[in-house]
Ligand binder design. Structure first.
Ligand code: SF4
Length: 321
């Protein structure tokens, strides 16, 4: 598979004001020196707890945030070096499906108009062809043409997420960032939306960056998986390899948290102690140090680098130095 996007040393730091001890400002390192590639036609799963920086990373990719530093090479161009108006020309190629289908659709527009809007704004089709395309897209996501003139509040959560998917597909993007697209839906609907996304990927050869909380959600849809902790990528591997042979202690803990029926395996559940440290002034050494069950003296002092341990399997942990 050829590389679609190469992310190199990408960081996003937010300035945070504090009034506790007089007015001062600190840096919140939401994404800190992250590097990985997304290949054409793959689904790259990105997993981690709330606040680990995965959504911020997705928003940088779709140009909702500017990175503090680093580069994003897309089709040979470093998007971070382009002027804002030049970069906007690439926005159509990177679309996002949002976590909350309730908040991400304009309540004053019909779903047909919501889907048509990006086609019209980007002048992708002559005016007399737009409706035909809207009907086609509604059909692709399992909605009927007669629903075109209804408003978002007339749809269920799963149907609204289907509208969000149709809107993302409308401009034929080269990369779709799916930001926890099923986490706000009923469990009974989650599998339907995941299956729809998997079918659309096969049908149109789509490329996904699929963001999720837990490894169970990305298991079926991803080709490769990256695990994030406190703004850093700690492990990347092909899906089968990651689930069969997780190397980073955090990945091992996440995997052990997937509910399983086998009572023997249940005994091996890893319970992490302690809270995630603040991304403001994160620990100097390994960021997972305060919760790691395999911590060594070196871990507190030196941050481990992400290294390739076997072909395609990268891990940031001193156990593999
Ligand atoms: Fe645990 Fe040390 Fe590895 Fe960090 S570097 S995950 S603290 S063993």
């Amino acid at each position: 598979m050829s590389v679609l996007m190469e992310i190199q040393n990408l960081s996003k730091h937010f300035s945070v004001e504090s009034n506790f001890f007089g007015k001062s400002s600190s840096l919140l390192k939401a994404v800190d020196d992250v590097s990985f590639t997304i290949h054409k036609g793959e689904a790259f799963g990105l997993v981690g707890e709330s606040g680990c920086g995965k959504t911020t990373l997705g928003k940088i990719i779709v140009n909702l945030y500017s990175p503090t530093k680093g580069s994003m090479i897309f089709e040979g161009k470093d998007l971070t070096k382009l002027k804002e108006n030049q970069r906007r020309a690439y926005c159509k190629d990177m679309q996002m499906i949002f976590q909350d289908p309730y908040a991400s659709l304009n309540p004053r527009m019909t779903v047909g108009d919501i889907i048509a809007e990006p086609i019209v704004i980007n002048k992708l089709l002559p005016a007399n062809k737009v409706e035909e395309r809207v009907t086609y897209l509604l059909n692709c996501v399992g909605l009927a043409q007669h629903q075109r003139n209804r408003y978002p509040h007339e749809f269920s959560g799963g149907q609204r997420q289907r509208v969000g998917i149709a809107r993302a597909l409308a401009v034929e993007p080269k990369l779709i960032v799916c930001d926890e697209p099923v986490s706000a839906l009923d469990v009974s609907i989650q599998a339907q939306v995941l299956n729809l996304l998997a079918d659309l990927k096969d049908e149109f050869g789509l490329t996904y960056l699929f963001i999720a909380h837990g490894l169970n959600v990305v298991k079926h849809i991803s080709d490769r998986v990256g695990v994030m902790y406190l703004g850093k990528l700690v492990e990347i591997a092909p899906k089968k390899e990651l689930y069969a042979n997780p190397l980073h202690p955090y990945t091992q803990a996440l995997l052990s948290a997937i509910p399983i029926i086998d009572p023997e395996k249940k005994k091996r559940r890893i319970i992490l102690e302690g809270d995630v440290p603040s991304p403001i002034n994160p620990p100097a050494g390994c960021r997972f140090c305060s919760r790691c069950f395999k911590e060594m003296p070196v871990c507190k002092e030196t941050a481990p680098e992400l290294k390739e341990i076997s072909p395609g399997h990268w891990v940031a942990c001193h156990l593999f130095d």
